[in-house]
Design a binder for this molecule. Structure first.
Ligand code: NDP
Ligand SMILES: O=C(O)C1=N[C@H](C(=O)O)C[C@H](O)C1
Length: 268
């Protein structure tokens, strides 16, 4: 499968280029960066710390996507929405790891999924997707006497909060409990917010150092507490998950899919 990597010089982009080089069944067909990026014109292999591979980083996705079967995109919301429209035009697979997407962004991605095979997830790792399934199941068994809090920590370069994973875990908890997340989320607390509202799902965000990504979902009841955690130790499993999603989506009918679909966790 011929794959283009968007955000090629980013943390995930470089990890993907290395992972594609060692994964059977996929080949790097192109590498895209933001217009004005110093990476434009560089060799993508070299950029990722490998030998030169002859794939030169460009800011012209259209030219590349005509001869590709999929694009893997860990970039920024505005770029992802534009790339989804191009993926729809080319009727190819678009694997989206970008987080910080707004409601409007999601609506545009869903529109693009009428023609593209879109696999989108705030976290591409098997571990986090299993964790989300567990959280949903536990939330179904515990009533609102158990306060649900989602805690996350990431490196000091991360620009969005709460993380995509934290929101995904919050969504899983809300679905398990049968409530609407937007109407029941406490995403920020500051000053004098008053006592915790029963039934709400709280979020807490930590940023520092080089932490790849850590998430905990806490169910705090009277005199007892359940905690479920995931700690990412490198970015390789995000990249592995994204490649698995691309191969899974290849030849599939257009639609909007999740990693739970890819991993077969729907009825977990
Ligand atoms: N779903 C998952 O499993 C995971 C998701 N993520 C998410 O992926 C995203 C990227 O993370 P990370 O790699 O750490 O971030 P980086 O900032 O290291 O990489 C993002 C790259 O995308 C580039 N970019 C920005 N705009 C465009 C554009 N229009 N076209 C092409 N490239 C563009 C950036 O360029 P420049 O720096 O010049 O602006 C940068 O090189 C984040 O939203 C993050 O939360 C991360 C890990 C796992
Ligand atoms: O920005 C990151 O680094 C990560 N982002 C994703 C998120 O927002 O949850 C996934 C992972 O935790 C790393």
């Amino acid at each position: 499968m011929r794959l283009v990597v968007a955000g090629a010089s980013g943390r995930m982009g470089q990890t993907l280029i290395r992972m594609i080089a060692e994964t059977p069944g996929v080949v790097l067909a192109g590498a895209i960066e933001r217009t004005g990026s110093p990476a434009i014109g560089e060799d993508a292999g070299r950029l990722a710390g490998l030998d030169a591979n002859g794939v030169i980083v460009t800011d012209d996705p259209l030219g590349l996507l005509t001869s590709a079967e999929g694009i893997i995109d860990f970039t920024a919301p505005a770029a992802t929405v534009e790339l989804a429209a191009l993926a729809a035009q080319m009727r190819i697979v678009h694997v989206i790891g970008t987080t910080g997407l707004s409601k409007e962004d999601f609506a545009r991605l869903k529109a693009a999924a009428r023609h593209a095979v879109i696999v989108q997830s705030g976290n591409m790792s098997l571990g986090v997707n299993l964790l989300a399934a567990v959280v949903k199941r536990v939330a179904r068994s515990l009533d609102a006497d158990f306060d649900i809090e989602v805690l996350e920590m990431h490196h000091n370069r991360k620009v969005d909060a709460p993380s995509g994973t934290a929101l995904m875990l919050g969504q899983a908890a809300a679905e398990g409990r049968g409530i609407d997340l937007d109407a029941n989320a406490d995403r920020v607390r500051d000053g004098h917010p008053g006592a915790r509202q029963k039934g709400h799902i709280g979020f807490a965000t930590l940023r520092g150092g080089t932490v790849v990504g850590e998430h905990s979902v806490i169910f705090a009841g009277e005199n007892e507490r359940l905690e479920f955690s995931h700690k990412a130790e490198s970015r390789t499993m995000f990249a592995r998950g994204a490649l698995k999603a691309a191969l899974w989506g290849f030849g599939r009918k257009p639609g909007y899919y999740s990693m739970a679909d890819v991993l077969g966790l729907g009825d977990f």
